[in-house]
Design a protein around this ligand. Structure first.
Ligand code: F6R
Ligand code: MG
Ligand code: MG
Length: 373
């Protein structure tokens, strides 16, 4: 039995500038100070604080398991302090995702997004974390499908005996709040039939079929469902375990050779090409986007993110690489095509996606103006 270690990534938009752009250093420093203190006290084993556009991201490893009230309250208190600072500085959208006042042991359902995975450490445990801004959870459906079920993406599905047994996908129906587990390759068509509807069905976990090894955990917050109104896109995160009988680093990154369309972008109301970017370009600009995606790689050993001699976690900025220039260029080209259409579908999301946006207010305003024909 390997050592049990929990990897937790909790994120929240607590304020940014200018507008919904980036988390300033003052807020990142609050995250670092709090997590450094928690590490000293032995609550967590290691951490890395970063931002995906306007979202403050707290990556931690610890021994408390998933849904630990201590770990969740550490994140909540950190976001509260950052919100206070953001309010003082009148940063934009200060406390935007802090949707509830009372913390009751778990940040799920309160606004922040959470991806968590308790693992039994293998001989070496390499991990990739994905973090997106200005898009929703369904944005990960396509790449997760390609990584864990598409043999044209992942050579291991046809070359590696443990992977040939396939993978199990937990699919969450965000409308009915129910879940189902589908196994690939046997149920591949049914899986695509569901997760092709990215606004409703999202992949929440993936396990290796041969031994039920956990390999993916994603965040599945639906902010509009908590708030009952549009309060920004969910800006999802995912934790993916890789290598040694799981998709290799390069198979996890291969879907990002090309850009593809996700929902989000300006006012969360448009189809948008996604752009894989480095930490330096993790900031939305053009039409509040295009939605940006980070991929960070690291390894976990004896409960900690492997660090250098000075104790700095060794985090690799995986899209900081000319190999993804094509996707970035495609993204801008797709953006220039679709933005020509303004607010006409398919540039704008269909009406059914937008029940929590200002469009519902327009309809409300005009409701007495419609007469039977
Ligand atoms: C998208 C997003 C932004 C805002 C837009 C308007 O997730 O957060 O595109 O919707 O900048 O923001 P407000 O209404 O705050 O001026
Ligand atoms: Mg924001
Ligand atoms: Mg955001």
């Amino acid at each position: 039995m390997g050592r049990r270690t929990t990897i937790t990534l909790i994120k929240c938009d607590v304020g940014s500038l200018p507008g919904h752009h980036v988390v300033p250093k003052v807020l990142l420093d609050i995250g670092r100070k709090r997590l450094n203190q928690a590490k000293k006290e032995g609550l967590i084993n290691s951490y890395y604080v970063f931002h995906a556009g306007d979202d403050l991201e707290l990556l931690m490893t610890h021994d408390k398991g998933e849904n630990s009230p201590e770990i969740h309250s550490l994140a909540w208190d950190t976001f509260l302090e950052a919100t206070e600072k953001a309010k003082k500085l009148k940063l934009y959208g200060a406390g935007q995702d802090m949707l509830k006042d009372a913390f009751s042991g778990n940040v799920r359902g309160l606004g922040p997004g959470v991806a968590e995975m308790e693992i039994e450490e293998r001989e070496a445990d390499p991990i990739v974390v994905l973090a997106a801004d200005k898009t929703s959870q369904g944005a990960f459906n396509l790449p997760l499908f390609r990584i864990f079920a598409d043999p044209f993406n992942t050579a291991g599905l046809v070359l590696e005996p443990t992977m040939m047994e396939g993978f199990k996908f937990e699919v969450l129906d965000q409308k009915e709040r129910s879940r189902a587990i589908l196994k690939c390759p046997e149920e591949m068509y049914e899986l695509i039939a569901l997760i092709g509807s990215t606004e409703r069905y999202v992949i929440s976990h993936v396990w290796r079929a041969v031994d039920d090894l956990i390999c993916v955990a994603t965040s599945t917050t639906k902010l509009s469902m908590i708030a009952g109104r549009y309060v920004g896109k969910d800006d999802p995160v995912a934790i993916i375990r890789i290598q040694h009988g799981l998709p290799a680093l390069g198979e996890v990154l291969a879907p990002f050779l090309h850009s593809y369309f996700v929902e989000g972008w300006m006012r969360g109301s448009h189809w948008a090409p996604i752009m894989p970017v480095s930490l330096k370009d993790s900031r939305c600009t053009l039409f509040d986007g295009p939605p940006r995606l980070l991929a960070l790689g690291f390894q976990v050993t004896e409960g900690e993110i492997v660090s250098d001699e000075d104790g700095n976690p060794l985090i690799y900025d995986l899209f900081d690489d000319p190999a993804f220039d094509l996707a970035r260029r495609e993204c801008v080209e797709y953006a220039s095509i679709i933005r020509r259409m303004g607010e006409f579908e398919p540039a704008r999301l269909p009406e059914s996606y937008m029940e929590y946006t200002a469009l519902s207010k327009v309809l409300e305003k005009l409701k007495d103006r419609f007469h039977p024909v």
